[in-house]
Ligand binder design. Structure first.
Ligand code: NAI
Length: 342
């Protein structure tokens, strides 16, 4: 943990800080922000690490449930600044009750996440993970590595916001047919000759590849469950770079075992908080469901890495600093440009 010695400026406790976060924040941080970088994640037990700070700056796996929010208020925290777009880990009602404003980075690089989603598709399709391992071992044989042309394949894109739209644009370059589903369809995408908006049932049952880009909410939790998997084409590829909770992992495992799900590329996992972003190579993996998932050779897992590009890190630091400076200038709640309101 680091403390700035200067006593001026708004004091910010940045939880879950990695070396790359510090590098990009240090590059852009004006003198007006005193940053205390903390390696630990924020939760009820670690709140006190923020004592003396008005602002906590958090990421995807910091947990701001009702008890944590109450404890934050007690130590004088008045702003939660998310360094990400999703805010499913923050109890917004509790923040309102405890007079704490919440801001986020609504867009830092939809391209980063979209390109990673397509990278997972291509890696699974052309079995690059197996080819890499084989070639390292001197096994220059091709049996079992047969892929498919992306051209002409049908891809279901669930969620056509900023990231989903980028995915559609990239896949259109491949010549894919897109079946799109969103509560609020994007007319610009709807006009593309290869894009059809339709119901979730239709897209799930017709797709060769399904890719998830809707936020996690009570409504979308486990949108991919046994019932949805039961409607899918045999051998479908599932990509999830959004939030782990969109997929019922036990149902996914059943789908993989029966072969309905032919392959899966996952950048998120519903119980990722104690696994992703940590080096657990010297520990026993206690999560039985995750352990089972890692045994499939047609599953690729990356540990919430989709956002991790130079451009995204720079944008995250820039917008977070702007958010905090707006707060320091006296703005609160929905006066803040990137306020999250419940
Ligand atoms: P966005 O807000 O631009 O788009 C989300 C879209 O989903 C909107 O068009 C919305 O109408 C639609 N939607 C919301 N709930 C829905 C529902 N229940 N059914 C149908 N459509 C629904 O968000 P953006 O920037 O495209 O990000 C999408 C998600 O990607 C984020 O919520 C976040 O969870 C995830 N993400 C993952 C990252 C990673 O590193 N793996 C990084 C950044 C975001």
């Amino acid at each position: 943990m680091q403390n700035s010695s200067d006593d001026s400026g708004v004091k910010v406790a940045m939880f879950d800080t990695k070396t790359y976060d510090k590098e990009y924040f240090d590059k852009l941080n004006p003198q007006k922000i005193q940053l205390r970088t903390i390696a630990a994640s924020l939760n009820e037990q670690t709140v006190d690490l923020a004592k003396g700070c008005e602002v906590v700056c958090i990421f995807v796996n910091d947990k701001c449930d009702a008890n944590t929010v109450m404890a934050l208020e007690k130590i004088g925290v008045r702003l939660i600044a998310l360094r990400c777009a999703g805010f499913n880990n923050v109890d917004l009602e509790a923040c309102k009750r405890h007079n704490i404003s919440v801001v986020r980075v609504p867009e830092y690089s939809p391209h980063a996440v979209a390109e990673h989603s397509v990278a997972l598709m291509m890696m699974l399709n052309r079995q690059l993970h197996k080819a890499y391992m084989r070639n390292r071992a001197g096994q220059y044989v091709l049996d079992g590595l047969v892929g498919f042309d992306m051209f002409g394949k049908t891809v279901a894109v669930l969620g056509t916001g900023k990231i989903g739209a980028c995915v559609i644009e990239i896949l259109s370059g491949f010549g894919c047919k897109i079946l799109a589903y969103d509560k609020y369809p994007n007319p610009r995408l709807g006009e593309m000759s290869n894009v059809d908006y339709t119901s979730i049932e239709n897209i799930i049952s017709a797709a060769d590849i399904i890719t998830l880009h809707i936020p996690l909410s009570d409504e979308s939790k486990h949108i991919i469950n046994d019932a949805a998997i039961g409607k899918m084409k045999r051998g479908v590829m599932l990509i999830n770079t959004s939030r782990g909770g969109l997929v019922d992992t036990s149902a996914l495992i059943r789908g993989l075992k029966t072969g309905i799900i032919g392959s899966a590329g996952l950048d998120v996992y519903e119980e990722e908080a104690n696994i992703f972003f940590h080096d657990i190579s010297n520990q026993v993996l206690n999560d039985e469901v995750f352990a089972r998932l890692t045994t499939f050779n047609n599953v690729i897992i990356t540990s919430h890495q989709a956002f991790l590009t130079q451009e995204a890190l720079s944008n995250i630091a820039e917008t977070t600093i702007e958010n905090i400076l707006e707060y320091a200038a006296g703005k609160r709640f929905d006066e803040l440009s990137n306020s999250v309101v419940c």
